[in-house]
Design a protein around this ligand. Structure first.
Ligand code: NG6
Ligand code: CA
Length: 536
């Protein structure tokens, strides 16, 4: 592989050529490259929420869901207010973090079924490998949803390729979503706690004969579900897909947070003397919302809020563990979410009835699946004591796709050619030292051709369309900010400075802005950010 220096005219570039040689050389390089006072090689933890919206966090305006631990992270660190997931659904957003590439460039990078093959090429470069090859111990503990294996998966054998083949030294995953089968953890290559005498079978097309489903046995359910979520019943909740056997391996939904935090504690304490990268993607507040009983009633918005409080507790636990291990100061923590909020995502769990007007998208319109701001503009908190100054609020534009190049910069390495093609080195922005963010932000709605584009305060939705299973009932707020969806074949232009809620389409008033943004949009679709910025 050849590594060419990545120089960008409009953003700061990683400084010198280097990747994947000798660790000694890395130290030499970083020592020579001490232009800034930022220490290199901190531990890095990304705590990644599932479906937690901009307005679900106290410091972002939530009044009905208490999130003291995230609030404290923001008060003692950086709170970003124009930071985006690349997409309004899970798989594509995660794909972008790992690859540094907008997910629409890979048409398979869409919400994956639970038996889908691995989406990311194990032979390619990715953010995990970047940390691994620079001497970090790498681990994922939590939700994966990026596919496993190469086709048919035998859940009773070795399940690979997967996270380990992408550069994680250790992997303990929820293989897909918690509303999809199989409801088991995969530890390394194997289903955890599987009894060979009770093998596990998974099918996404048809049920196993005689097995109860949500459709056939609604009386067995804690709460009712839509048709899609009316497959096998596990832990009293029906899921997408069918599974049989593997009883000893089933996770306990209500213990999931404790399971994952315990593992994080183990990993952190084992690696307290060496740099580590922990990707910690949690399941809150994705459906089914089954918080531990100690969190039930902890918000006044029902299970959805309680689940969010449980997420916040995990954030607090990570801080506690780092303190106890004496490595809090040398650890950079990022807290964010994979997409905007949703209230009803398939289960009658009371989310809408108990919302009490809770503005889960903050001041923005829309949520999960859409291309409005609420779909991808998510909480983004950076905490690194002594380096990130306390209490900074930054409105600089940043996308999670930038994590790869920004961390490359922190590590003092240069990304290989043709990798991370949409990832910009915004390390200084990420650390609150600069407010000069991305020139443009692409926001992928559900599917690959429903996008938003933000440039400055302008926001264009060139081609509004959403899957037919996304309906207005998904959002709880009875105001124009949440719904209805725009009309197809109409271009929508909003001025976010005057109209952050994207209520008024001003496309007809500003045809020249639409025209210019359409040109950029077409360019982004056919080229990539690095090429575009270099050609300016
Ligand atoms: C959708 C599911 C939804 C959720 C989503 C993935 C239906 C009708 N809806 O297909 O409930 O699981 O996939 O969410 O099946 S995500 O946050 O992981 O992208
Ligand atoms: Ca999600």
């Amino acid at each position: 592989m050849t590594y060419k220096k990545r120089t960008l005219k409009s953003v700061s570039a990683p400084l010198l050529p280097f990747f994947s040689v000798m660790v000694a050389a890395l130290f030499l390089f970083t020592a020579c490259n001490n232009e800034s006072t930022t220490p290199d090689r901190p531990n890095v933890i990304i705590i990644y929420a599932d479906d937690i919206g901009f307005g679900d966090v106290g410091v972002y305006g939530s009044e009905l869901i208490p999130t003291p631990f995230m609030d404290e992270m923001a008060r003692t660190g950086l709170k970003m207010t124009s930071s985006y997931a690349t997409a309004s659904t899970c798989t594509p957003s995660r794909y972008s973090i790992l690859t540094g590439e907008y997910a629409f460039r890979n048409e398979r990078a869409q919400i994956l079924d639970g038996d889908a093959p691995l989406l990311i090429d194990p032979d390619g470069f990715n953010i995990v490998r970047m940390f691994q090859e620079t001497g970090y111990r790498t681990s994922i503990i939590g939700k994966w949803h990026l596919g496993l294996g190469e086709g048919e998966i035998d859940w009773n054998g070795a399940i690979k390729p997967g996270p380990l083949e992408l550069g994680f030294d250790e992997s303990f995953i929820i293989p897909t979503t918690t509303d999809r089968v199989p409801t088991v953890y995969v530890n390394g290559h194997y289903v955890k706690n599987l009894d060979p005498d009770d093998p596990l079978f998974v099918n996404y097309r048809e049920n196993f004969e005689g097995e109860p489903t949500g459709a056939s046995h609604p009386e067995m359910l804690r709460y009712l579900a839509d048709d899609q979520h009316s497959g096998s019943i596990l832990d009293g909740v029906s899921r997408i897909g069918f599974q049989k056997g593997g009883a000893s391996a089933m996770w306990d939904d209500e213990m999931m947070s404790m399971d994952l935090v315990d593992l994080a504690e183990e990993f952190i304490s084992e690696n307290k003397d060496n740099p580590f990268f922990l990707f910690f993607p949690l399941h809150q507040n994705h459906v089914p919302r089954m918080p531990n009983e100690k969190f039930v009633g902890s918000s006044v918005t029902g299970l959805r809020g309680d689940h969010t409080v449980e997420f916040d507790w995990s954030v607090g636990e990570i801080a506690r563990i780092l303190e106890e291990q004496g490595i809090r100061d040398n650890t950079l923590i990022i807290i964010s979410s994979d997409n905007g909020p949703i209230f009803d995502d398939g289960y009658d769990d009371g989310a809408i009835e108990n919302a009490h007007g809770h503005p889960a998208s903050g001041p923005f319109r829309g949520g999960k699946y859409t291309a409005f701001e609420g779909a991808t503009r998510v909480p983004f908190i950076v905490n690194w004591p002594g380096v990130v100054q306390p209490g900074i609020v930054s409105d600089a534009k940043f996308s999670q796709v930038d994590l790869m190049a920004s961390f490359a910069s922190l590590l003092g390495i240069r990304l290989p050619d043709d990798t991370g093609v949409d990832s910009l080195d915004l390390l200084e922005v990420m650390l609150g030292k600069s407010f000069d963010g991305r020139p443009h932000i692409l926001q992928q709605g559900a599917g690959t051709d429903h996008m938003g584009l933000r440039v400055g305060d302008w926001k264009l939705i060139p081609n509004p369309r959403v899957p037919n299973w996304v309906s207005p009932k998904h959002n709880a707020r009875e105001n124009p900010i949440s719904t209805p969806m725009p009309t197809r074949n109409t271009k929508y232009l909003f001025n976010l400075a005057e109209d952050p809620g994207e209520t008024t389409n001003v496309a007809e008033l500003h045809p020249e802005v639409v025209e210019e943004m359409m040109q950029l949009y077409e360019r982004i679709l056919s080229e990539n950010d690095i090429t575009i910025l270099n050609s300016r």
